[in-house]
Design a protein around this ligand. Structure first.
Ligand code: NAI
Length: 329
């Protein structure tokens, strides 16, 4: 099996090579993302392995098919960047890593909440410069606060369990109720009620037509004044322009994002010597109560092992014509 791995960073290569010993697949690692402009690189390969910001749209799929690619192996859980209808029409298959470490993302969402609230990132810099003042570092207790969770799948459920330890009241919206969480005391309610009652709102649902821009001008207007919004799921769950407006008029008290709607032009790259052209991210970066990270919630040793091992096993099942447990249809 000849596998072209796109959007590769040194750590991807390290973990693939470490876990490939058992399989002996032939990898070629490309730093570039896979899209219509780079699809010619896939000639001569059997499989492409891609990540969150590769664009597997209709045109790319037609070219992949013409190049003889039979399998798209996503090394992530979300598959919003793949045109599944075009995949089906061209007899390709898609596999993903449905659950590699929900705890990695859930714990990271907690890290964003605690950092934004208790301002440890600011305190760290202050103390390094000999500034021991507490001015403007005041936070609030998480104990007894109401946290709204949208999407209580694997990550959302792990997040709720951690929050329970902080003594939070947890309210949630999902199209399916999670029985475990009900017995933990999580209260399911209508989405508009979650928006209305939450002191902290955290997004853990996938991006699809029903969830795109779920945080928008209207939903923000219904939230509590000073609400904290956390997004570790997908950038387009949030309407960036509306959130900027909510921050300017102080309706939103804190924003923590690990994902961003236009992240494919920015995230995972060192752009420190470039002039950033994206006006929205620059505006977001200017707020003292906004914390932005570059899609790193998944990034733990355990998750990297799980991601590469599951991806290798997905490809192995395909190679052996076995049933694909993790196929996306
Ligand atoms: P999951 O599939 O276990 O859970 C998703 C939940 O969202 C399900 O319970 C589903 O019923 C619910 N849902 C679907 N449509 C909904 C809607 N319209 N409103 C409310 N809930 C809805 O997925 P998992 O593993 O918990 O991941 C959630 C998302 O987290 C992924 O789709 C991905 O976008 C994101 N993610 C982000 C990572 C990062 O590094 N920042 C890493 C991994 C995942």
């Amino acid at each position: 099996m000849k596998i072209a791995v796109f959007s590769t960073k040194s750590y991807d290569q390290e973990y693939f090579e470490k876990n490939n010993k058992h399989y002996n697949f032939q990898f070629s690692f490309f730093e570039t993302a896979l899209n219509i402009h780079t699809v010619n690189l896939t000639k001569g390969f059997d499989v492409v392995c891609v990540f969150v910001n590769d664009t597997i749209d209709k045109k790319t799929i037609l070219a992949l098919s013409a190049n003889g690619i039979k399998l798209v192996a996503l090394r992530c859980a979300g598959f919003n960047n793949v045109d599944l209808e075009a995949i089906k029409n061209n007899n390709l298959k898609v596999v993903r890593v449905p659950a590699y470490s929900p705890e990695a993302v859930a714990e990271y969402a907690i890290a964003l909440i605690l950092t934004l609230n208790r301002k440890t990132h600011k305190a760290y810099n202050r103390v390094r410069e000999g500034n021991f003042s507490l001015k403007n570092l005041i936070g609030f207790n998480l104990h007894n606060k109401t946290v709204g969770v949208i999407g209580t799948g694997k990550i959302g459920a792990s997040f709720c369990k951690i929050l329970k330890g902080f003594g939070c009241r947890i309210i949630a919206f999902d199209i399916y109720k999670n029985e475990d969480l009900l017995s933990l005391g999580v209260e399911y309610m209508q989405l508009n009620q979650v928006f209305k009652q939450a002191d902290i709102l955290s997004l853990h649902c996938p991006l699809n037509e029903g969830t795109k821009h779920v945080v928008n001008k209207r939903s923000i207007a219904s939230m509590k004044d000073g609400v904290m919004i956390i997004n570790t799921s997908r950038g387009a769950l949030v309407n960036t322009v509306d959130v900027i407006e909510g921050l300017i008029n102080k309706k939103i008290g804190y924003l923590g994002i690990d994902v961003y709607e236009q992240e494919e032009n920015l995230f995972f790259e060192d752009l420190s010597e470039h002039i950033i052209q994206d006006e929205h991210i620059l505006r977001l970066m200017s707020f003292p109560n906004v914390l932005i990270t570059s899609h790193q919630a998944f990034f733990t040793k355990e998750a990297m092992d799980e991601i590469t091992m599951t991806t290798l096993e997905n490809i192995n099942l395909f190679k052996n014509n076995d049933m694909l447990n993790n196929e996306v249809k």
